[in-house]
Design a protein around this ligand. Structure first.
Ligand SMILES: C/C(=C\CNc1ncnc2c1ncn2[C@@H]1O[C@H](COP(=O)(O)O)[C@@H](O)[C@H]1O)CO
Length: 197
C-alpha cells in the first residue's frame, strides 16, 4: 500500500479490526476537534474497520459515526437502554445497536468487542472508558492498544497527570498503558501496527 493511499484512508488495511472510539456526547467548544472526529470516523471506515462506539447521535460521538457512515463503514453502537432517547434517537446514523443494562455493562461489551481503542476529547464518560481500559491493561488483563488522539493539548494534560502519579510512586510500571497521537493517520498506524504485530 502506498503512503498516500494510507493518508487519505482510501486503502483497506490488511486486517479488519473492531476499533472502539471513546469521545464526548457533547461537541466541546473547538470546531477543529469536531472536524477531527469526523475525519477519524471516515478513516476507520475507509480502512475497512468496524467502528464500535457509544451509539450517540450528537456531539463528537455523532460526528465520528457520521464520518464512518459517509465512508460506508459498518458501525456498532453500544449504550444503556435508558439513554436511547436522550443520546441515540436524535441523529445517529444507521448502525447495529446493542442496548445494555447500564454503563458498566456497556463498557464491558465495548471492551470485549474491540481490538483497539482510540479516545477523542470528552467528559466523565470518556474518562471513565479510558481509565477502565488502562486499569485492565495495568493488571495484565489485556494487551489491546489505547491511543489518545490529541486535540489542542487535551490529552497532554491527562498524560501529565498520569506522569505525576507515576513519579509519586503510586504506579510501579515504567510506562503508562496508552500513547498519544496527534493526527488521525498516526493514531490509525499505531493501532494497526500494534494489533497486527
Ligand atoms: C454513571 C456511572 C459511572 C460514572 N460515569 C459514567 N460512566 C460511564 N459512562 C458515562 C458516565 N458518565 C457519562 N457516561 C456516558 O459516556 C458517554 C460519553 O460521555 P461524556 O461524559 O460526554 O464523555 C455518554 O454516553 C455518557 O452517557 C455509573 O455507572
Amino acid at each position: 500500500m502506498s503512503a498516500s493511499s494510507f493518508d487519505t484512508g482510501e486503502a483497506r488495511a490488511s486486517k479488519r479490526l473492531a476499533i472502539c472510539v471513546f469521545c464526548g456526547v457533547e461537541s466541546g467548544q473547538d470546531a477543529g476537534t469536531q472536524r477531527l472526529a469526523g475525519e477519524l470516523g471516515a478513516h476507520i471506515a475507509g480502512r475497512g474497520h468496524l467502528l464500535v462506539y457509544g451509539a450517540g447521535g450528537s456531539g463528537l460521538m455523532g460526528a465520528v459515526a457520521r464520518g464512518a457512515s459517509r465512508s460506508g463503514g459498518p458501525i456498532m453502537g453500544v449504550l444503556p437502554a435508558f439513554l436511547h432517547e436522550r443520546e441515540h434517537a436524535a441523529g445517529a446514523p444507521v448502525q447495529t445497536l446493542m442496548l445494555t443494562r447500564d454503563h458498566t455493562d456497556r463498557k464491558l461489551r465495548m471492551m470485549a468487542s474491540a481490538d483497539a481503542f482510540i479516545a477523542l476529547p470528552g467528559g466523565y464518560g470518556t474518562l471513565d472508558g479510558i481509565l477502565e481500559v488502562a486499569t485492565r491493561a495495568q493488571l495484565g488483563l489485556h494487551r489491546k492498544p489505547l491511543v489518545l488522539l490529541d486535540s489542542g493539548g487535551f490529552w497532554e494534560q491527562f498524560r501529565d497527570l498520569i506522569s505525576a502519579i507515576h513519579n509519586r510512586g503510586f504506579v510501579v510500571a515504567d510506562t503508562p498503558p496508552f500513547e498519544l497521537a496527534y493526527t488521525v493517520q498516526e493514531a490509525m498506524r499505531m493501532v494497526e501496527d500494534k494489533v497486527t504485530t
